[in-house]
Design a protein around this ligand. Structure first.
Ligand SMILES: [Ca+2]
Ligand SMILES: [Ca+2]
Length: 154
């Protein structure tokens, strides 16, 4: 087993301490926890973000390839439940991808094949095992919040 595989296993430590979520963290790499919602609803961006705020964070954003890979790993770990909504959106201007919580440009985008296609006006972004896809914000789904370690409440 490679060192990175062992690190991934350590990162898979799951804490079901917040009702309705499973959480993952690997704090020696990222000073954050990632909370995956188990409820499957047509939430919309504002409601998902509001819920992440309640946890002390925001809808997940992707700072770099490292974070993208880790969140993708989380998607694989919560097998069969994803893909999951992120906090990346082009609601303000079509094709300009911003982080919803601070309106800054999304830092890292790795789309899956043939995406984004803005099919019927898709303005939210979900992350799945094969990368990112633009998806209608009004669609049913689950979402991932990221919470800085200093704000973790459990
Ligand atoms: Ca769009
Ligand atoms: Ca799409």
């Amino acid at each position: 087993m490679s060192v990175s595989a062992i690190l991934l296993l350590l990162g898979a430590l799951m804490i079901a301490s917040v009702e309705g979520y499973v959480s993952y963290h690997q704090e020696f790499r990222f000073p954050k926890r990632y909370y995956v919602s188990m409820e499957y609803e047509p939430f919309g961006l504002a409601k998902m973000h509001g819920r992440c705020k309640t946890l002390g964070g925001h809808l997940v954003t992707l700072d770099d390839k490292d974070e993208f890979d880790y969140v993708k790993f989380v998607v694989g770990a919560v097998r069969g439940r994803g893909p999951f909504f992120t906090g990346i959106t082009d609601t303000k201007q079509e094709g300009t991808w911003l982080n919803y919580h601070d309106s800054k440009p999304a830092k890292y985008l790795k789309w899956r094949w043939f995406q984004p296609d803005n099919y019927w006006g898709e303005d939210c972004v979900e992350i799945g095992y094969y990368g990112l896809n633009d998806k209608g914000c009004e669609k049913k789904g689950r979402y991932i919040c990221e919470v800085h370690y200093s704000n973790v409440k459990d």
